[in-house]
Design a binder for this molecule. Structure first.
Ligand code: SF4
Ligand code: SF4
Ligand code: FES
Length: 541
């Protein structure tokens, strides 16, 4: 640790920390554009100017490229430092178009924010503004470039060089003519391209899928976890009036840093389209109370051995726990399994994993049979009268096999988010909530228990969490021990029973998750890449 002084306050920071990080991690506000906690330092925007005392008196220097040293005395707020910061900002704004009213970055733009904080000066340029040209250039499947808004911070270049290592972007020309561009005959189409729009501090790089859709100040944000694969990258679900407009990465220094893949980023529409909106009993639509009553009536005359259950790694831990409890108490636990019909997807050496479900480790934690070979062959032999399928879609993923397996079942009861082929094949179908519409937890492939918060409420009150649907069925069947009101109360009860969750409550799960004592299914991403000292979770990126 090094003992230093910032603006007269003594403090200790880790050796190797740079002056900007030392300020940010000690709540000293120092602006910056080109610095990013998970990219190499470039030191080109000069907005992080500070004065550091030396043998020849205080010297102006940039904070992001100066490492702290024992006894260092740093000033961020002297007249000289403030003038330097303000001048760097004025320089960046010289040729910047006044696009704020029509720019998608407005409301979360570092340049706009800094001008409001440090600028507010009269425009002093005596000659016409230099136009870099290039408005709304289509440079990739998802990304548009508005060249004249670019402040040449090179964050986007460093990102494509360092993370996907695809290097599509570079700077051409010299001096005030310098501009960012893609190489000839190259498109910005790597699998992580959307991240450049998050880290671009201005509105130069924007997402086609978000442009002109919504002003950012109208968006509400819910802390969540990507559902796209077993990595479980941290995200925020951003929504307004019940509609999801984007998934954004949420910083987790130990997991996804501040990155997510495009597949996960653009998966939000999947949860808003083709939804199963009503209870179906045969070919008729119904409501939840009547549906549960009819199902309970059917089940009450059957033996507990007549019912099989099929769960899924796409269900939340709470859904799986209550389903398991229902089978323990009312049917037979040996007749419950979670075979998933989906095929492995593509994976890479960055974040993406081949397992495209979010909670395989949740199944392992709760001791589910994830292959279910024995159960499927018993269903196929006609041993069961009723099969209850939750969050799984066997007919959509391997229809021929599913037809064979379920041919002899009298009643197929389906809990589903979407209108699927399994719903069509079902005798009764009940709509359930997506992870966006409920609170819950998943365990990712590196055994990190992670919490997601509800973003939106479905319009139809009959669309409930699968866990609470099971609670209603259990109560209708007269089973006891199902006094759960919501997912957090289910989690809290589960944590008392499951060894690896001991001592946790839903609200005590850290925002970046907790690694459980459970053999991981995959290695941590970014081996060897460490969070910048003292900055993670605090720096504005
Ligand atoms: S496009 Fe954005 S991220 Fe890239 S250099 Fe310009 S301002 Fe920086
Ligand atoms: S790597 Fe997986 S969890 Fe992460 S954003 Fe992509 S799909 Fe989502
Ligand atoms: S020079 Fe330090 S943040 Fe840009």
């Amino acid at each position: 640790m090094a003992k230093i002084t910032i603006d007269g306050k003594p403090m200790e920071v880790a050796d190797g920390t740079n002056v900007l990080e030392a300020c940010l991690s000690n709540s000293v506000h120092l602006e910056h554009f080109c610095y990013h906690p998970y990219l190499p330092v470039a030191g080109n925007c000069r907005t992080c100017m500070v004065e550091i005392e030396g043998p020849k008196g205080p010297m102006l220097t940039i904070g992001c490229n100066t490492k702290v040293a024992e006894g260092m005395v740093i000033h961020t707020d002297t007249p000289k430092a403030k003038t330097a910061q303000k001048s760097a900002l004025e320089m960046l704004l010289l040729d910047h178009p006044l696009d704020c009213p029509v720019c998608d970055k407005a409301g979360e733009c570092k340049l706009q924010n800094q001008y409001m904080e440090y600028g507010l000066y009269d425009f002093r340029r005596g000659v016409p503004r230099y136009f870099k040209g290039g408005k709304a250039e289509d440079i990739g499947e998802h990304v548009m470039l508005d060249q004249e808004r670019c402040v040449l911070c090179t964050r986007c270049i460093r990102f494509v060089d360092e993370i996907p290592k695809s290097s599509e972007l570079g700077i051409v020309s010299r001096g005030h003519e310098s501009k960012i561009t893609i190489f000839p005959d190259v498109r910005l189409d790597n699998a992580y391209s959307g991240n450049v729009t998050d880290i671009c501090p201005v509105g130069a790089l924007t997402l086609k899928e978000f442009r002109f859709k919504q002003r950012v100040w109208f968006l509400k944000k819910a802390e969540s976890v990507c559902h796209g694969c077993a990595r479980g990258c941290n995200i925020t679900v951003e929504h307004n009036r019940g509609r999801i407009y984007r998934f954004m990465p949420r910083e987790n220094a130990e997991l996804n840093k501040t990155w997510i893949c495009d597949e996960g980023r653009f998966s939000f529409n999947y949860f808003q389209e083709n939804r199963l909106e009503e209870v179906r009993l045969g070919h008729a639509t119904s409501n939840l109370s009547d549906g549960i009553a009819q199902l309970a009536n059917l089940l009450k005359d059957l033996s507990p051995d007549d019912v099989a259950g099929i769960a899924s790694p796409t269900g939340a831990l709470e859904d799986l726990y209550v389903m398991k409890k229902l089978f323990e108490k009312r049917f037979r636990l040996k007749n419950l399994a979670a075979p998933f019909w989906g095929k492995p997807g593509d994976e890479d050496k960055i974040l993406k994993l081949a397992d495209k479900t979010p909670n395989t480790q949740g199944l392992n934690l709760l001791g589910f049979d994830t292959e279910g070979k024995d159960l499927l062959s018993r269903i196929e032999k006609g041993e069961f009268k009723v099969v209850l399928i939750a969050h799984n879609n066997p007919f959509g993923q391997d229809e021929e096999r599913a037809k064979k397996v379920f041919a002899k079942v009298k009643a197929l009861i389906v809990l589903s988010v979407h209108k699927t082929k399994t719903v069509e094949a079902g005798s009764m179908a009940f709509p359930v909530r997506t992870f966006i519409e409920k609170n819950g937890t998943f365990v990712n492939a590196t055994s990190r228990l992670q919490r997601f918060r509800q973003a939106v409420e479905p319009e139809n009150p009959d669309i409930v969490e699968a866990s609470l649907w099971m609670v209603r069925l259990a109560k209708a069947l007269g089973a006891t021990g199902f006094d759960f009101e919501d997912s957090p109360s289910v989690f809290n009860a589960m944590a008392k029973e499951v060894g690896a969750l001991q001592g946790l409550t839903f609200n005590k799960i850290p925002a970046t998750g907790k690694v459980l004592d459970l053999k991981p299914l995959a290695a941590e991403p970014f081996p060897g890449v460490k969070a910048q000292p003292n900055v993670s979770g605090k720096a504005k990126v």
